[in-house]
Structures are given as structure tokens and as C-alpha cells.
Design a protein around this ligand. Structure first.
Ligand SMILES: [Zn+2]
Length: 415
């Protein structure tokens, strides 16, 4: 193994160590006494359960990470990448087809290995804590649809990237970037109307008190909103959520049926006010720009490394190829991806505070956001007091207690 190989190895091990450290700090921070802000919301037994849920999920996460890392290292150090590359070359296909097979085999193997863990997480862990509603039929159909989408959308995209890097030289990175941007924009349009309905049923929210309250609020903040849908989230889990998708005329709000069942009209309007706040304050648009910048940086760096012989030598491969370069660059990129991810999550947490503030200041029912958040975290047994380092590493939303404190002291600033 050469220096670049050692660098990649060190990066992978370091990333795993950081995760482990954050997990350990998170577990050590658990306290037996319920935080005062949640007095009356959690009974002692359910609070204990939330801690058991955290412990079980953390340990399970360790097992998954360990297996992933071990499989990758064994495959790498036993010459798996070299063997696969030679086998694909032996088929004597055009480079783009060799590339699709090489990457396809790796992706398929990785997803096969992850299946037993998904089964365990869904049918054992989630079931034990009373969350799972997924039937085997839904589970299998989800997998089949996922594979279909990967072939239909991911296949052509990967083929285009392979072709650009094979034949367009120094221009390849920005051709790929343009393509990625077009793809991201396309997904914003087709995901809500095309892809999500493959997995869930979306029915228009029927006329009644809730719809009237939401429409009244939307009119109050001058927010054109024709599409309010109920999603059958209960098909997979008892956990509740709401989200916003699309732009302009295509924008739509979806409420999980589980959310509607457990919350008052005031709470639901407050939750939707938060979602509309994201849109009004252009958070969705800003995150799209961040994603576009990220893709540009990645393709630019890729163009630097994709024909760097030492990168191939690190994996035992003598003849550079676009497909192997893509995979190895993916591994080399891990630490940078992690750092960018932390920065993006930092922005996302600020957006959450801003959307909460928007809801509290624009909706008469805004204060109900605090009770909605409390109910949501009790129902999903979420960790009330995560370690700041864990939050820094993993949280796209601020911890619930910080959000509740900010809402209840609305108007004051918070970090
Ligand atoms: Zn939000």
C-alpha cells in the first residue's frame, strides 16, 4: 500500500472513531431525572424507554459501522478491487458498460449486505418499541421499487458521468456538474408528483376545521397554497412528520396521517406555519444552491484525482479507468464529505430556529408549536438532551429542548 492508500485508510478509521466518540459521549450524558421542561409530558416509564431506545440504536449502529468497515477493508486488502477490475476487463466491453458493471456489482453487494440490518432495525428494534407498522409485503415492495428507480434514474446518470470522463477530457467535470444540476432540478419537480406516490398514498386534505384553519393562515401570510395532502405514513411507522416539496405552482405540503391523529388543529397549523416558514425564508432554495455548489466542488476534485496513478496503485490496480477512479475517489472524498456535511447541518439547524421563529411570530396558534414538538419527541422517544458534539456531527435539527426554549422565549436570540 502506498501513502495515498494509508491516507484513505486513516481517514476511514478516523471517521469511524469520531462517530464512536460522539456516541459514547451521547450515552454518558444520559440522566435518570427528566428535564424540567418535559415534566408532565413523560411518565417515568416512558422516559426510561426513550433511554433504552437510544442505547439499543447506538449499539446497533456500532455493529453496522463495524461490519461495513470490516467488509470494505477485507475486500480491499485481499485484492477484491483488483480482481473485480480484471474480471470486468476480461469481458471486453466498451468502457461505459465495463464501468456500469464494475460499479453496479459494488453497489449491489453493499446493498445486499445492508439488507439483514434493515430487516432487524424494522422488524426487531422498531417493533420492540412499538413503532413498526411495516408489513413484509411493504418492505419487499419498497426494495423492488428502490432497485427499479436506481436502475431507471441512477443507471443513465452514471453512464453519462462515465462517458463524459472517458471522452471529454478537461471539460468533463463541468459537463457532469451541469448534468447533476439538471438532475437535481428535475428531481424537485418529479419527486412529489411521480416518485413519492410510488411509495405512499397522497390524498387531498378534506374540507373541515383543519383545512379551513390552514387556508386562513396561508392567506394571512399571503402564501398561495392549493395542494395540502395527507400521506399514509402509518403504512410504515407510528412516527409522525410533515414536509414541504416542490417550487412555485408545484409546491405542496404533506401531513402524515399519524400527525393529524395525535395533534390539535392549533398544533397542526403551527407545524405547517413552520414548514411554510422554510419556504418563505427561501431555505429550500438556499439548500438547493448549497447542494449545487457541493456537486461542483466534488466533480472538480474528481477531475484532479481520476487519472492519478497512485490512487489506483493504492488499490492494487495498474491500469487507470474512469469507473475505478470514481469508486476510489469516493473513498478519498469521505473526510471532506464529512466536514461539508457538518457545515451544511449547521446551516440547517439555523434554518430550523428561523422557521420556528417565523411560525411563532406569524401564526396566532404559533405557541402551540412548543406543545407539538414536545408531543412529537415523546411519541418518537427522541433523545431530549443529546451531547453537543453529537449534535454538531449528526443533527440537522436543533435538540428539542433548545427549540422549545427558543419558542417559549420567542423574540430572544439563541445560538
Ligand atoms: Zn423544519
Amino acid at each position: 500500500m502506498n501513502p495515498i492508500g494509508f491516507m484513505i485508510l486513516a481517514a476511514l478509521v478516523l471517521a469511524a472513531a469520531l462517530d464512536f466518540l460522539a456516541d459514547a459521549l451521547n450515552l454518558r450524558r444520559m440522566r435518570e431525572t427528566l428535564p424540567a421542561a418535559f415534566a408532565g409530558w413523560y411518565d417515568p416509564e416512558r422516559y426510561r424507554q426513550s433511554q433504552a431506545y437510544l442505547r439499543v440504536n447506538t449499539r446497533f449502529g456500532w455493529l453496522v459501522a463495524l461490519v461495513d468497515l470490516a467488509v470494505l477493508l477485507i475486500f480491499w486488502l485481499c485484492g477484491g478491487f483488483r480482481w473485480l477490475d480484471e474480471w470486468v476487463r476480461g469481458l471486453s466491453l466498451a468502457p461505459v458498460f465495463s464501468g456500469l458493471i464494475f460499479i453496479g456489482v459494488l453497489v449491489a453487494a453493499k446493498s445486499l449486505i445492508s439488507q439483514p440490518f434493515s430487516v432487524y432495525a424494522t422488524f426487531v428494534i422498531e417493533a420492540r418499541f412499538g413503532f413498526n407498522q411495516t408489513t413484509w409485503r411493504t418492505f419487499l415492495l419498497d426494495r423492488i421499487k428502490g432497485i427499479g428507480l436506481a436502475l431507471l434514474l441512477g443507471g443513465p446518470l452514471l453512464a453519462a458521468v462515465l462517458l463524459f470522463f472517458q471522452y471529454t477530457g478537461g471539460n468533463a467535470w463541468w459537463y457532469c456538474w451541469l448534468l447533476a444540476v439538471a438532475f437535481m432540478l428535475l428531481m424537485h419537480y418529479i419527486a412529489p408528483t411521480w416518485i413519492m406516490p410510488l411509495f405512499n398514498r397522497f390524498t387531498p386534505l378534506p374540507a373541515g376545521e383543519l383545512r379551513a384553519a390552514i387556508t386562513a393562515y396561508a392567506r394571512r401570510i399571503d402564501f398561495g397554497l392549493d395542494n395540502i395532502f395527507v400521506m399514509d405514513g402509518s403504512k410504515r411507522s407510528t412516527k409522525a412528520n410533515a414536509f414541504f416539496t416542490g417550487f412555485g405552482r408545484h409546491r405542496r405540503i404533506a401531513l402524515f396521517d399519524t400527525l393529524i391523529h395525535k395533534h390539535s388543529v392549533d398544533e397542526l397549523v403551527a407545524v405547517l406555519a413552520h414548514e411554510m416558514g422554510h419556504y418563505q425564508q427561501k431555505h429550500i432554495f438556499k439548500m438547493l444552491l448549497v447542494g449545487i455548489a457541493q456537486a461542483g466542488l466534488m466533480f472538480y476534485l474528481l477531475s484532479w484525482f481520476i487519472s492519478y496513478p497512485a490512487l489506483f496503485a493504492a488499490f492494487g490496480i495498474g491500469t487507470p479507468s474512469v469507473h475505478a477512479g470514481l469508486v476510489f475517489f469516493g473513498l478519498l472524498y469521505t473526510p471532506l464529505d464529512l466536514m461539508i456535511g457538518m457545515a451544511v447541518q449547521h446551516i440547517s439547524r439555523r434554518h430550523e430556529f428561523a422557521a420556528d421563529r417565523f411560525a411563532v411570530t406569524t401564526a396566532p396558534q404559533g405557541a402551540a408549536l412548543a406543545t407539538a414538538l414536545k408531543k412529537l419527541s415523546v411519541d418518537s422517544l427522541s433523545n431530549l438532551d443529546p451531547h453537543p458534539f453529537y449534535v454538531f456531527l449528526h443533527y440537522s435539527h436543533p435538540p428539542v429542548m433548545q427549540r422549545v426554549a427558543a419558542i417559549e422565549g420567542a423574540g430572544h436570540s439563541q445560538g
